[in-house]
Design a binder for this molecule. Structure first.
Ligand code: NAD
Ligand code: UFG
Length: 344
């Protein structure tokens, strides 16, 4: 049984599909602060399988203990948390509370319930402004905002937890830029309010919910002046979690060493695309023109960021399969079929 915190969210719901398809039983623990229970109804429709749903908050240790006991989980995937970089600057305490305190309470509850395996959602944001590209896992960590620092702190807490208990099995996954949707068109990203991220914003322009895209700067030192990122299809990302669970299960404790029982792995494609590349690819698959304006740079943005994905291939046997066109196509299928997201 896999206990999935934040399982109703964007990445969590796609991961639940892959878990159920791979034969795992799943319990979702979510407070639905940034998601809809409808996502889980659809996960069950896609897979033809049931999952257990427990509404609760990760900062509530006793609720976590009760839920872990009820589910009889033997591993946890921890997605729950807040993720908006800009909001984290204006509400840092809220971010440390949900993210750091939430992770701490979860680890305490796991200890009480003798659950020793955890896969954690970290982010490429922990690297800050890249010193070199592509980014390997040993790149210096220098997060530039409270959201990124909360991820970095949780990583350190996990590494300390492992140092104190070498029977723990921990995989820290540093995601690059997750985009796209399940190819059923039934689940996808459903941001509340104005989207911060590029692809959901483009999707809402394409579907007519917004007039135009602002491109935050075209004077970066990239091939066309717009920012370059490593976009990764959310289904590839979800499959990365299944591989992480399998890799953790295969670690032989007799041969265990610091690196194998607590792994930190990038999940990206290794390929960088610019804002203009994404916009053109989206226009191609949707058949819609995406009006845009060049606007000043967004504060805190970097020119380019993409992963070295080799370690994921070596230790997880994982490689991204979907290309940019597939990411845009699946995003468009979700957005055009559900113009208002999960709201009917
Ligand atoms: P999301 O907001 O769609 O999902 C997070 C889920 O956690 C939501 O269902 C929300 O209701 C729930 N949640 C939030 N706080 C909670 C709490 N205190 N207790 C219980 N549930 C709570 O986000 P996502 O895009 O699916 O991201 C999942 C994880 O991946 C997050 O930890 C995020 O920081 C990380 N991540 C996301 C991205 C990205 O671009 N989407 C990139 C890197 C890392
Ligand atoms: N962009 C625009 N206009 C928009 C939105 C974005 O031009 O309306 C540009 C940005 O300037 C950047 C690129 O599109 O060049 C990607 O921006 P996103 O906001 O989609 O992604 P970021 O790389 O800035 O950040 C995201 C998440 C972070 C996470 C990081 C790495 O928001 O939480 O990816 O995983 F840490």
């Amino acid at each position: 049984m896999i206990f999935v915190t934040g399982g109703a969210g964007y990445i969590g719901s796609h991961t639940c599909v892959e878990l159920l398809n791979a034969g795992y039983d799943v319990t979702v623990f979510d407070n639905f602060s940034n998601s809809s229970p409808e996502a889980l109804v659809r996960v069950q429709r896609i897979t033809g399988r049931k999952l257990q749903i427990i509404q609760g908050d990760c900062r509530d240790r006793s609720a976590l203990i009760a839920a872990l006991q009820q589910s009889r989980a033997n591993a946890v995937i921890h997605f729950a948390g807040l993720k908006a970089v800009g909001e984290s600057v204006s509400k840092p305490l809220n971010y440390y509370d949900h993210n750091v305190v939430g992770a701490l309470r979860l680890l305490e509850a796991m200890q009480t319930c003798h659950v020793q395996t955890i896969v954690f959602s970290s982010s490429a944001t922990v690297y800050g402004d890249p010193v070199y590209l592509p980014i390997t896992e040993d790149h210096p960590l220098s997060p530039t905002n409270p959201y990124g620092r909360s991820k970095w702190m949780i990583e350190e807490i996990l590494r300390d937890a492992y140092r104190s208990d070498s029977l723990m099995r921990i995989c820290i996954l540093r995601y690059f830029n997750p985009v796209g949707a399940h190819d059923s068109g039934l689940i996808g990203e459903d941001p509340q309010g104005i989207p911060n991220n590029l692809m959901p914003f483009i999707a809402q322009v394409a579907v007519g919910r917004r007039e135009h895209l602002n491109i935050w700067g075209n004077d970066y030192s990239t091939h066309d002046g717009t920012g370059v990122r490593d976009y990764i299809h959310v289904v590839d990302l979800a499959i990365g979690h299944i591989r992480a669970l399998a890799a953790l299960k295969n670690i032989n404790s007799a041969q265990n060493d610091q690196s194998s029982g607590c792994m930190t792995v990038n999940l990206g494609t290794g390929q960088g695309y610019s804002v203009m590349d994404v916009l053109r690819a989206y226009e191609k698959v949707s058949g819609c023109r995406i009006p845009y304006q060049i606007a000043p740079r967004r504060s805190g943005d970097i020119a380019a960021c993409y992963a070295d994905p080799q370690l994921a291939s070596q230790v997880l046997g994982w490689k991204a399969r979907f290309d940019l066109e597939a990411m845009c196509r699946d995003s468009w299928r979700w957005q055009s079929g559900n113009p208002s997201g999960y709201q009917q």
